[in-house]
Design a protein around this ligand. Structure first.
Ligand code: ZN
Length: 305
């Protein structure tokens, strides 16, 4: 009898230990771009739950009860940062107090490289993902966070991070080549809100948003009139709607100015996973970070060149 109990206890201990050995890291990520980065770096060792789906606006997003439950079970939480997820700040502070590790993927990006638009005095522009080389600076933050959580697989996170950085670098080189097809005087990008300042900086476009940096306030009539005048003066051929912002203002401006709508750009969220497009001799999935950038470059180049 005694032997049997010992055997049972031993088997239970082995099972618990094995369970711990094979348990994945539970990571929670806010935007689709952050979730994509954490998935690529975490590989098979990390289970990533993303809060926000395609078309979701992070500026306005509030945590649901399902999100709060996922956060409770999380080992580590990743968000984009620089006040992008304005309404989640309190939730992250609470998580931090409970001892759950919370990281902004933009926290280690060199502040000198960040944009501080005049209309957002004192704050950095949070839409960093549209400059692939800057977004790549967040990779190491995720690598180190996962390595701390799961030291056994640290080398693998490091390897995946190096690979991912190389693919972002290749994406940037490709985008430089493609955007060069647009003549310089036509490099004016007009969209709903100011999500594309980093894109403009990376690829030499003047970027004008109808609505400003955040989507919290809607475009007023004066903004629309000003934009119509600007389009006529500069003879801008096409303007763009955004996947995570209401298209009403851009549709009105298109009608009043005669500029066509060049398509729907992915701004603060990626597209639908598994939707494949083909461009420039290759295929891409719009539900990935790389596919999102490629899709935007394709639409912008096709409409403006
Ligand atoms: Zn935005």
């Amino acid at each position: 009898m005694r032997k049997t109990i010992q055997t049972v206890i031993f088997s239970v201990l082995v099972a618990v230990f094995a369970g711990q050995m094979s348990a994945k890291v539970n990571a929670v990520a806010t935007t689709t771009m952050v979730a994509d980065m954490v998935r690529d770096i975490g590989g098979e060792n990390v289970e990533v739950i993303g809060f926000m789906g395609p078309g979701v606006d992070p500026h306005l997003y509030k945590a649901t009860s399902k999100d709060l439950k996922n956060l409770k079970n999380a080992d580590v939480v990743f968000y984009s940062g620089l006040h992008l997820e304005g309404r989640l700040a309190d939730v992250f502070t609470r998580m931090g107090r409970r001892g759950i590790k919370v990281y902004a993927v933009t926290e280690d990006i060199d502040r000198e490289s960040l944009l501080e638009p005049a209309e957002f005095a004192g704050h950095y522009d949070p839409h960093v993902w549209f400059h692939p080389m800057l977004w790549a600076e967040g990779i190491q933050t995720v690598v180190e966070a996962l390595a701390e959580e799961d030291p056994e697989n640290a080398a693998e996170y490091q390897r995946n991070g190096v690979e991912l950085a190389a693919s972002y670098e290749a994406l940037h080189a490709w985008a430089l080549l493609k955007t060069a097809e647009v003549p310089e005087e036509r490099r004016i990008l007009i969209t709903s809100h100011d999500a594309f300042n980093y894109f403009g900086e990376a690829y030499g476009f003047q970027v004008v948003g109808v609505q400003g940096i955040s989507t919290v306030s809607e475009a007023g009539l004066a903004d629309i009139v000003r934009m119509v005048d600007f389009i006529r003066e500069k003879k801008v051929p096409a303007i763009f709607i955004e996947s995570s912002v209401s298209p009403a203002a851009i549709e009105r401006i298109s009608k009043d100015s005669g500029a066509t709508i060049g398509g729907e750009l992915f701004s603060d969220a990626m597209g639908t996973p598994g939707v494949i497009h083909s461009y420039d001799g290759e295929e891409y999935d719009e539900g990935t970070y790389i596919g999102m950038v490629k899709n935007n470059v394709r639409l912008i180049v096709e409409a403006l060149k």
